[in-house]
Design a protein around this ligand. Structure first.
Ligand SMILES: Nc1ncnc2c1ncn2[C@@H]1O[C@H](COP(=O)(O)OP(=O)(O)OP(=O)(O)O)[C@@H](O)[C@H]1O
Ligand SMILES: [Mg+2]
Length: 607
């Protein structure tokens, strides 16, 4: 950096500082839509129409039937720090509106060519202003409907550096749709219509029922399975929907939170969700939580982030605890039939190990006391009959895999351990193997994914398993748009699918290689996983075909399976034949090797 002391301090002219400030509020087209939609909501509109061309890069229009503005207000609205929503600072602790900073419109008009038309209900005609790059071009009166029309053309035309940072039309459009979906969920009493490049792609009519709105926005079959919760006390009113464990998602996109109807991201609330489902979700799965919190405005600070997406609660712990209690209560009610789940949902944390794991360790210690370690490995008399249905350990039993089916040489060369004894399964997720050097843990799902992935990749023509009854999968619009460009490729890897409606896919066949029982479950998991992959990998260099295959593999592997010994044998043997056995196609490790010396260090037996 240059020597600052040689520079003189100067105050930047408004043309510069307003453009810099605009960057904070308006980074991408979806930010413009968010701000304009919020203004329409604050203006008490009950109908909002959003139109975009070229994913908002060329044109964004937001039209509402709200209270409108006079000509004077219209001229003021585009000035920096102009707002009708607060007048003294303390007002921000008593907000009933989404906006309050008075900087959204001024930021937008500074980096675009904007036209606004607005009409108050009692005025015979409206007014129009045109502002290019912050400069007022024209003001006039005109015929207009009640409400406000905002047209934002050529976003960032005067800030080319920012223009360069925009992502592909595909990505920007998906961000926009997600923004609209979020407000549509938060404001069921408002009718939304959304057009992209002249085509109506989303509409939701007004309703009093949240569930109805959710059905419009999200996948219908998911919504029907959600669990409703509500709780009201003197400090908080909260309600919403959470998911039963079976429909936990592969990403967090259905964790949607509103605080006083403001969509927010909150680590605290998200953490509360994970903690409420403690231990019950398989690794890599995320609970759904569509959560509304209504709380006295004095109890929150919304002025902590330029885009107002984060709120600070005065008492974060109270929010966390209250919500957690409500969510857990509802989960318990829902799942009271499932004993296993109940064990995990004890009110107070119990011992860290599940009953099964504890047994393994107890019996193991018992055995070690009786046997020398050496004879324990080698004594063939200790072989017990193989239990075929599952690997749950019973008293004093260990399970020896049939060595003849497994190439020890392959295992040693490829996986790096030898002479192992299979101890059992931990949390229906990890295979525990005792080896000469210590303990090996294999993530059975990651390993199975790797195995299937390599089979997929190595087959030239993947054969299709035709479905007896074609299946229709409805998607929320942003997911549908995300997956649409991949349809041809999906059909190249053993699927047979077509677009079968505004936002649904028809499945006629699936790759025979996946070999699953529940086709519907497989398909929805595949779609979910692929969407998540597409999102995460937007900037990564993984080929699209690979993304599809690894999603199919992930979907085909069911979470939390009790494995038979044959299954375990097969996994170890097939894994040792893989080219890249140490990670799953998504990059998670498959094998963990805990050296005995490391374990001894943990127990302070060694330094
Ligand atoms: N669609 C609209 N209908 C009626 N009035 C509007 C509309 N959009 C903006 N306004 C008026 O213009 C003012 C400025 O809008 P702007 O979005 O810039 O600031 P804000 O909403 O007050 O605060 P924030 O910057 O936090 O959004 C608002 O306070 C409101 O009075
Ligand atoms: Mg605003």
């Amino acid at each position: 950096m240059e020597n600052l002391s040689s520079n003189k301090i100067r105050i930047l002219p408004p043309q510069i500082y307003t453009r810099i400030a605009a960057g904070e509020v308006v980074e991408r087209p979806y930010n413009v839509i968010k701000e304009l939609v919020e203004n329409s909501i604050d203006a008490c509109a009950d109908r909002i129409v959003i139109e975009i061309f070229s994913s908002g890069k060329k044109l964004i229009r937001v039209i509402d039937n709200g209270c409108g503005m006079s000509k004077e207000d219209l001229l003021l609205a585009v000035k920096p720090h102009a707002t009708s929503k607060i007048s003294i600072f303390e007002d921000i602790y008593n907000l009933s509106t989404l906006g309050f900073r008075g900087e959204a419109l001024s930021s937008i008009v500074n980096v675009s060519k904007t036209k606004m038309i607005s009409k108050l209900k009692n005025n015979p005609y409206g007014s129009q202003i045109v502002v290019y790059g912050g400069e007022l071009i024209s003001v006039s009166e005109c015929a207009s409907n009640d409400g406000t029309y905002v047209e934002v053309k050529d976003l960032f035309y005067n800030t080319p550096a920012r223009l360069k940072f925009l992502k592909s039309d595909y990505t920007e459009k998906i961000h926009i749709i997600r923004t609209i979906e979020e407000y549509a969920i938060g404001y069921k009493n408002i009718e939304f219509k959304f057009y992209s490049d002249g085509e109506l792609i989303f509409s939701a009519i007004k309703t009093d029922k949240l569930i109805e709105r959710l059905k419009e926005v999200l996948k219908k079959d998911i919504v029907n399975r959600l669990i409703y919760f509500e709780h009201k006390d003197t400090s908080i009113n909260t309600y919403g929907f959470i998911s039963p464990i079976e429909i936990a998602q592969v990403n967090k996109s259905l964790q949607i939170f509103f605080v006083n109807q403001r969509p927010v991201t909150s680590r605290n609330i998200s953490q509360m969700l994970y903690d409420s489902y403690r231990d019950s979700l398989p690794t890599g799965r995320h609970p759904i939580g569509i959560i509304f919190i209504e709380i006295s405005p004095e109890m929150i600070d919304v002025n902590v982030h330029p885009t107002k997406r984060i709120v600070k609660f005065k008492d974060e712990t109270y929010i966390y605890e209250t919500l957690k209690n409500v969510v857990r209560k509802e989960l318990k009610k829902y799942l009271s039939f499932s004993k296993e789940f109940m064990v995990n949902l004890q009110d107070e944390p119990q011992q860290q190990l599940s009953v099964k794991t504890k047994n393994i360790i107890e019996y193991k210690i018992y055995d070690l006391l009786q046997e020398t370690t050496d004879s324990f490995y080698k004594d063939s008399d200790k072989k017990v009959s193989l239990q075929k249905e599952g690997s749950v350990l019973k008293e004093n039993q260990f399970y020896y895999l049939d060595d003849s089916k497994i190439s020890q040489k392959n295992i040693e060369e490829k996986l790096g351990f030898k002479n192992f004894t299979y101890l059992g399964q931990l949390h229906k997720t990890y295979l525990l193997l005792e080896t000469q050097n210590g303990l090996v843990l294999i993530d059975q799902h990651a390993a199975s994914e790797r195995i299937m992935f390599e089979k997929f990749i190595n087959i030239k023509n993947i054969s299709i398993q035709k479905l007896l009854f074609p299946l229709n999968i409805e998607l929320k619009l942003s997911d549908f748009e995300a997956i649409k460009p991949y349809i041809d490729l999906i059909n190249q890897v053993g699927f047979e699918i077509t677009i079968s409606g505004k936002s649904s896919l028809g499945f006629y066949g699936i790759p025979s290689i996946v070999n699953i029982n529940d086709v519907r479950d497989f398909i929805s998991r595949f779609v979910e996983s692929l969407i998540s992959d597409i999102k995460e990998d937007i900037n990564k260099q993984v080929s699209s075909k690979e993304k599809i295959i690894r999603s199919a593999c992930r979907a085909a592997i069911k979470a939390s399976d009790i494995l038979t010994l044959e299954d375990v044998e097969k996994i170890i043997s097939e894994l040792s034949s893989c080219e890249y056995p140490f990670s799953c196609p998504h990059g998670r490790p498959t094998i963990l090797n805990l050296d005995i010396s490391y374990i001894e260090k943990l127990f302070l037996r060694r330094k």
